[in-house]
Design a protein. Structure first.
Length: 293
């Protein structure tokens, strides 16, 4: 009812695509709908009696209402009990589609039979509260006469004192545990700091070793380049030496051929010399014989 009156937002929405719209959660109720709804609750018997009557515009004072509904007509005819007059005053334009304010909805909800029902409910609640209070006073006085209250509070005080002692003991145990935990955490923090310092030192050593390894790697790369260059030079020198060796072998072959030729020539010369010597001896012998003769 509060949501339909515009006092609070409603969670209702459209039922299906082709169904009826009971209430939109983002739209407040109009004046027309508010009065129609309240009049049905307030004048239900009167509505059944006036449903068949011919309604005339002259019986309604609003200039912008041509065909008043039975609910509005019955409410206007109520005069001083009219919810419309109580909520909107004696205005000449009803403005049927204008949304109601929260104050207007609150006045409509607190008028007529609903006000009486609310007063009766409040009176009933107050009577029940008064009855319970009277019964409580009677019980309290009866217990006080018997001394049960003092004993009850003494027992409660003793329980609270014992509970306080227990809480104090538990607090001390908890404080001791907390102190031990604090000491443990401090020692753990110191150990962690030492480990962190050790890790930092190891990190520095690793960084130095990494630098040395990188430097050695660069040197090895440089030496490797030099070795490759020297290997290429040695290969070139080897090719030159092999070419020189081939040339020397060719020269040796030529020299051996020449030596063989010289040897052959020497043998031929020696043979010719022997032949010439023999000829000389023969000639000398012939000359001596000739001279003798």
């Amino acid at each position: 009812a509060l949501a339909e009156a515009g006092v609070v937002r409603s969670k209702l929405s459209v039922e299906g695509d082709g169904g009826s719209v009971y209430f939109s959660p983002d739209r407040l109720i109009s004046r027309w709908d508010l009065i129609a709804w309240r009049a049905k609750l307030e004048y239900e018997p009167s509505l059944r009696n006036h449903e068949e009557e011919e309604m005339s515009r002259n019986r309604v004072d609003f200039l912008d209402v041509r065909n008043p509904s039975p609910e509005l007509l019955v409410d206007i005819l109520a005069d001083e009990r009219s919810i419309t007059r109580r909520v909107f005053g004696r205005c000449k334009r009803f403005q049927t589609r204008k949304p109601c304010t929260k104050a207007q909805a609150a006045v409509a909800l607190n008028s007529g039979r609903m006000r009486r029902l609310a007063d009766e409910e409040i009176a009933r609640i107050e009577a029940e509260a008064f009855t319970r209070e009277s019964e409580l006073r009677e019980v309290t006085s009866e217990v006080a006469e018997k001394g049960d209250i003092k004993r009850y509070w003494d027992r409660r005080f003793e329980e609270e004192r014992n509970r306080g002692v227990t809480v104090e003991t538990e607090y001390r145990f908890a404080a001791d545990d907390l102190q031990r935990e604090k000491s443990f955490l401090e020692n753990a923090s110191l150990e962690t700091a030492k480990q962190r310092a050790s890790l930092d030192c190891q990190r520095e050593l690793l960084s130095g070793l990494r630098s040395e390894v990188e430097e050695m790697s660069e040197k090895l790369s440089f030496e490797k380049g030099k070795c490759i260059d020297e290997g290429l030079g040695l290969k070139e020198s080897r090719r030159d030496l092999e070419a020189e060796l081939d040339r020397l072998r060719d020269a040796e072959s030529i020299l051996e051929s020449q030596v063989e030729a010289v040897r052959i020539l020497r043998g031929w010369v020696e043979e010719e010399a022997k032949k010439n010597q023999n000829r000389s001896q023969i000639l000398e012998t012939a000359v001596r014989r000739w001279k003798w003769d």
